[in-house]
Design a protein around this ligand. Structure first.
Ligand SMILES: Cc1cc2nc3c(=O)[nH]c(=O)nc-3n(C[C@H](O)[C@H](O)[C@H](O)COP(=O)(O)OP(=O)(O)OC[C@H]3O[C@@H](n4cnc5c(N)ncnc54)[C@H](O)[C@@H]3O)c2cc1C
Ligand SMILES: NC(=O)C1=CN([C@@H]2O[C@H](COP(=O)(O)OP(=O)(O)OC[C@H]3O[C@@H](n4cnc5c(N)ncnc54)[C@H](OP(=O)(O)O)[C@@H]3O)[C@@H](O)[C@H]2O)C=CC1
Ligand SMILES: O=C(O)C(=O)Cc1c[nH]c2ccccc12
Length: 412
């Protein structure tokens, strides 16, 4: 890394930094995995992170009782397995501790509190210009040959505009702000959404003697987390190697029916597309049940249809029913933030999701394949090998020839 100008000088308002290697945007599991693999390839890099810590989604935007819902072998990052004593489904704390030691082991030291505001490929010099702003308002421009986008599928909360929600007088929070049901004891809470967040928040609310109603406006696939001791995810992955997707889905649904019974009778209508096909085509993750269904069966979680409007202390549903409620948890999902800052529309064309792991002109994406942490690990290995090859070739040529520095003209 090389500074072109002093920090906060009278003349220069923006510092300009040349990075010899890739800039990685995001220090979540994906960014850390790329960093670790690049370290092993001997490629230097810079990681830019808008939060003040690694894995901010896990550290700051998830609830206390969260556990990984896929078995541990699908969630560990490359080149450094989970410790043997970890349970099959590590807790949030165990996962964060693992990520902290991962960053330490591979000597990954992100530039914290630096939010990428824009990134643009400069055709004139054939390099990426990545502009960041810190909380103190100081700006930096990083210039590099490779840009790795690792900002995640869950970068922004989706907060829907629902009629009357602004007039509602109780607390309204997104699932990413929900920590525990402790403060909701005996309260009537409307949980909007029935993905894994909605289901697990409803379960946690029940465990704290709150009274949740969960909105199911369309449909949802609920699967048991395990079938006869084997994880559903593992079974699905195994079957997908040999069988067509439609057949895998059929088998999963037959097994789910066998173990969970008919979930439609509780208001949990199933989508017409099968669970794995839906995940692959639309990114909608099936719910892996860890106990919410039992609470629904027992009537501790009330399943309700879509919302018509809110008023001061009430919600009116599409079926005309009115519920008095104290609080609202919006478990309405997440979206990518890439369209807000990456000035590129070919590779990241689809709502901030890329078309693969490698774009043009040194642009890469890690952790957007809708395959969870295991997808991020495979992306990271591919990307680092790809960059490593070119980096080492460049290095060899530079050693052989008279040094030829790229020139970059910055405009401050
Ligand atoms: C509640 C919850 C539970 C989950 N559980 C599992 C699970 O059990 N198994 C599984 O496989 N997957 C799970 N997932 C999926 C999740 O996507 C992955 O676990 C993982 O966090 C993805 O890592 P990531 O690095 O791609 O994204 P993130 O973890 O979101 O990290 C992205 C980082 O980029 C930073 N960033 C974003 N924008 C900018 C910017 N403009 N400038 C600088 N930095 C920026 C963020 O602050 C963040 O630290 C879960 C997701 C959620 C929400
Ligand atoms: N233990 C774990 O490992 C956990 C993992 N996760 C993961 O995090 C990711 C995000 O999950 P999640 O936060 O549940 O988000 P999802 O996108 O999976 O679910 C969002 C839910 O909100 C509903 N919704 C959105 N807008 C509205 C609205 N205006 N009115 C009513 N309902 C609405 C959606 O309904 P519709 O389908 O009709 O659009 C859907 O049911 C997933 O990949 C999930 O697997 C989450 C929690 C725990
Ligand atoms: O937890 C998530 O969000 C994941 O993306 C993990 C995941 C990837 N593919 C799946 C298929 C079924 C259930 C979870 C996942």
């Amino acid at each position: 890394m090389f500074n072109f100008s002093g920090d906060g000088g009278d003349f220069f308002s923006r510092r300009c930094v040349w990075v010899n290697g890739p800039v990685i945007v995001g220090a979540g599991p994906s960014g850390l995995a790329v960093g670790a693999c690049l370290r092993e390839e001997g490629v230097p890099f810079v990681v830019l992170e808008k939060a003040d810590c690694i894995a901010s989604l896990w550290q700051k935007r998830t609830y206390d009782r969260l556990k990984l819902h896929l078995p541990k072998q699908f969630c560990q990052l490359p080149k450094y397995p989970f410790p043997d004593h970890f349970p099959e489904y590590p807790t949030k704390k165990q996962f964060i501790d693992y990520l902290e030691s991962y960053a330490k082991k591979f000597d990954i030291n992100p530039q914290f509190n630096e939010c990428v505001q824009s990134a643009k490929y400069d055709e004139a010099c054939g390099l990426w210009r990545v502009k960041t702003v810190s909380i103190s308002g100081s700006e930096v421009e990083y210039i590099c040959q490779w840009l790795v986008v690792a900002t995640g599928e869950n970068a922004e909360c989706v907060v829907p505009e629902i009629e009357g929600l602004k007039e509602f007088s109780g607390e309204v929070l997104h699932a990413c702000e929900y920590k525990s049901g402790e403060k909701f004891t005996r309260k009537r809470v409307l949980v909007v959404g029935c993905g894994n967040s909605g289901m697990e928040v409803s379960l946690d609310l029940c465990n704290h003697n709150a009274k949740p109603s969960m909105v199911v406006r369309s449909s949802v696939h609920v699967l048991p987390r395990e079938f006869f001791g084997t994880s559903t995810f593992e079974l699905a992955i195994l079957m997908m190697k040999w069988l067509p997707l439609w057949l895998v889905d059929k088998i999963l649904l037959i097994l789910a029916r066998l173990i969970l019974g008919n979930t439609e009778k509780y208001g949990l209508k199933r989508p017409s597309v099968g669970p794995m096909e839906l995940k692959n085509t639309q990114g909608k993750t099936p719910v892996l049940d860890i106990g919410a269904l039992q609470k629904i069966r027992a009537g501790n979680v009330k399943v309700v249809p879509g919302i018509k409007r809110f008023s001061c202390d009430m919600v009116e549903l599409v079926n005309g029913e009115k519920l008095e409620i104290d609080s609202v948890v919006l478990a309405t999902g997440y979206r990518s933030n890439v369209p807000y800052w990456l000035q590129e529309t070919e590779f990241f064309s689809n709502n901030g999701f890329p078309t693969g792991w490698k774009g043009k002109a040194g642009l890469y994406a890690v952790g957007f394949t809708r395959k969870g942490l295991s997808g991020a690990s495979s992306d990271a290995m591919r990307i680092s090998q790809d960059i490593g090859k070119v980096y080492k070739e460049d290095l060899k040529q530079k050693k052989q020839k008279v040094p030829c520095h790229r020139r970059c003209i910055s405009t401050f």
